[in-house]
Design a protein around this ligand. Structure first.
Ligand SMILES: C[S@@+](CC[C@H](N)C(=O)[O-])C[C@H]1O[C@@H](n2cnc3c(N)ncnc32)[C@H](O)[C@@H]1O
Ligand SMILES: COc1cc(O)c(CC=C(C)C)c(O)c1C(=O)/C=C/c1ccc(O)cc1
Length: 352
């Protein structure tokens, strides 16, 4: 019989193998999105054969044995289902799961743009430099691409679009969660600035759900330059480190995690100056990091933290204690955390 120690060692070995080949799982997922496999199955209205999937692929001669091997792994990873119809010896049919429903391009709630960003070589390259970051400091982004992320984005419209689309696809997910768990939080707000709001999708969703709100979208000039007109929203091209337009409340989603504490302090002070001292608030949508998190999203927030380390100079995910310290040092009198059913929480900060 194996000793306890050698069993544990074997278990350890198996875990390293899983890490080694986990990257291949990710590439198979990327492959499924590029081939639009979820959309092909969905457009048939139910499970279909490999041949039917192949017919939907944008190629005159898709390689079916390769496709079968990709599907085998993705079934194992619970991204698609597989069953025989009829059960005794019929053809294998592949169907969608609750996981692949997030891989539908035109669905109201879709993570396709996030998949395309996450696995893009431009996004993967900085992660190869984590050990260099530890040894020398600096960002993996600059080591990989020769300049920081904001310069790269401002000079590279294709990159800008990939990242903006990825950010935008989280908008509807967060909006659904807000309507579920933070409905009253926006009820008595008359005007709202979305700071670093990208092309304005989030503030447009908010104004759509709360038509009494006057929405303002603040982002860098090159970002608002490509923002579409949105009813109830005015776009402002500017710099959040300079000045933030006045409003009853400020909204910031996935913004403070891009910046160091010193930079956040400056942004938060500008937020405080833009809202009423009594009744004003800053609504931050960001991760609240928990070391021993048992929630559904597991260790994803910690992985995101390493992405911020690789992509941004000083950006990071923060624990509740770090948020508290940051808000206090920026002069806020109090805060409250609302758990919403997403990767992020809402941190409401009050100026007095
Ligand atoms: C991670 S994205 C989040 C976008 C959006 N809030 C969302 O969640 O989809 C960060 C945003 O901050 C914007 N940003 C960066 N520096 C800025 C600055 N100095 N002033 C205003 N916006 C800025 C970027 O252009 C980008 O749209
Ligand atoms: C590369 O930047 C990012 C990568 C990410 O994976 C995330 C995580 C996002 C979610 C899970 C929704 C990021 O938040 C970022 C950024 O913060 C991106 C910043 C950015 C936005 C717009 C630009 O033109 C350039 C960079």
């Amino acid at each position: 019989m194996e000793s306890k120690e050698s069993m544990a060692l074997l278990q350890g070995q198996a875990e390293i193998w899983q890490h080694l080949y986990g990257v291949v799982d990710s590439m198979a997922l990327k492959c499924a999105v590029e081939l639009r496999i979820a959309d092909i199955i969905h457009s048939h209205g139910g499970p279909i054969t490999l041949r039917q999937i192949a017919l939907g692929i944008d190629s005159p001669s898709p390689h079916i044995p390769y496709l079968a091997r990709i599907m085998r792994l993705l079934v194992r990873k619970n991204i698609f289902t597989e069953h025989r119809h009829p059960p005794d010896g019929g053809e294998t049919l592949y169907g969608l799961t609750q996981t692949s429903r997030w891989l539908l391009r035109d669905a109201e709630l879709s993570l396709v743009p996030m998949v395309l960003m996450r696995y893009h070589p431009w996004q993967l390259a900085p992660l190869h430099y984590l050990s260099h970051c530890v040894k020398e400091g600096g960002t993996g982004f600059k080591k990989a691409h020769g300049c920081e992320i904001w310069d790269f984005a401002s000079k590279n419209p294709e990159y800008n679009n990939i990242v903006n689309d990825a950010m935008a696809c989280t908008t509807k997910i967060v909006m659904a969660a807000i309507l579920d768990e933070y409905k009253d939080g926006l009820g008595c707000v008359g005007s709202l600035v979305d700071v670093g709001g990208g092309t304005g999708g989030m503030i447009a969703e908010i104004v759509n759900a709360y038509p009494h709100i006057k929405g303002i979208n603040l982002d860098l000039p090159h970002v608002v330059a490509i923002a579409p007109e949105r009813p109830g929203v005015s776009h402002v091209g500017g710099d959040m480190f300079d000045v933030i337009p006045n409003a009853d409340a400020i909204f910031m989603k996935w913004v403070l995690h891009n910046w160091s504490d010193e930079h956040c302090m400056k942004i938060l002070k500008n937020c405080r100056n833009a809202i009423p001292k009594k009744g004003g608030k800053v609504i931050i949508v960001d991760v609240v990091l928990e070391k021993e998190s048992t929630d559904l999203f597991g260790e994803t927030p910690m992985a995101l933290d390493l992405c911020m380390m690789a992509y941004t100079a000083g950006g990071k995910e923060r624990t509740e204690l770090e948020w508290k310290k940051l808000l206090e040092e920026a002069g806020f009198g109090g805060y409250k955390i609302f758990k919403i059913p997403t990767l992020t929480s809402i941190i409401e900060a009050y100026p007095d």
